[in-house]
Design a protein around this ligand. Structure first.
Ligand SMILES: [Zn+2]
Length: 221
């Protein structure tokens, strides 16, 4: 059959077969200029931050582990700003708990493929990459310093419902107060909330960093 197909047609067919494979293997091409990435381990900058890296456990929306290591990173300016947020909140009796920071592109691809169409607003399109991939987005909440308990927010982390929206109003007064406390503290240091998810913040420099696909294990401890 192949022998009777013209060469040009064979090349087109080959392209159609290979294109998804190439795409599946790596991030989309981008044109810079970009700043040189410098992913910093958050706990190295501030050991009072609490980590709850859900994607390193089965306690996440996929129900399986996607990270081999429970570590969190951001680009240095974002990481330093986050430390200031944490120190400011501690004066008000709360600390930051980090669910996720830098996320390799391959993990964004896993999330996208596993999410049904009507929920894709909650996950980034791998053909565009995510701000997590650039090391400039963080998923987080707060815990009470006195008790160590997670702050009661209007929804759970990664709860893909209307309760996750930053303006969701039918929540308890206390959970709305805590959500606002977090938002104010983050905005002062240059982070902007992603409105459908009260826990997701982007750092103002995100456009200046490329999409990365570096595994945690390849980042120096
Ligand atoms: Zn996020």
């Amino acid at each position: 059959m192949i022998r009777s197909t013209p060469k040009s047609t064979r090349l087109v067919l080959l392209g159609l077969v290979l294109a998804p494979l190439v795409y599946a293997q790596g991030p989309p091409p981008e044109t810079g200029p970009f700043r040189k990435p410098e992913l910093v381990e958050l706990l190295k900058l501030d050991s009072t931050l609490k980590l709850d890296i859900r994607y390193a456990t089965k306690n996440n929306f996929l129900g399986r582990r996607v990270y081999k290591e429970a570590r969190a990173f951001l680009q240095r300016p974002a990481a330093e700003a986050l430390v200031r947020v944490n120190q400011n909140l501690r004066k008000q009796g709360y600390g930051l708990v980090i669910f996720d920071g830098y996320r390799p592109w391959s993990v964004t691809k896993i999330f996208w493929d596993a999410t049904p169409e009507d929920r894709k607003i909650f996950v980034a399109d791998p053909s565009k990459g995510s701000r997590h991939n650039r090391g400039c987005a963080v998923d987080l909440s707060m815990f009470e310093l006195k008790t160590g308990k997670l702050a009661q927010m209007p929804s759970e982390y990664d709860e893909f419902t209307e309760r996750a929206h930053i303006n969701y109003d039918c929540a308890t007064a206390e959970s709305k107060r805590l959500r606002e406390m977090l938002r104010r503290a983050m905005e002062v240091e240059g982070f902007a909330v992603y409105e459908p998810e009260w826990w997701h913040y982007d750092y103002r420099d995100w456009k200046e960093y490329p999409i990365l696909n570096v595994k945690f294990s390849a980042i120096a401890p």
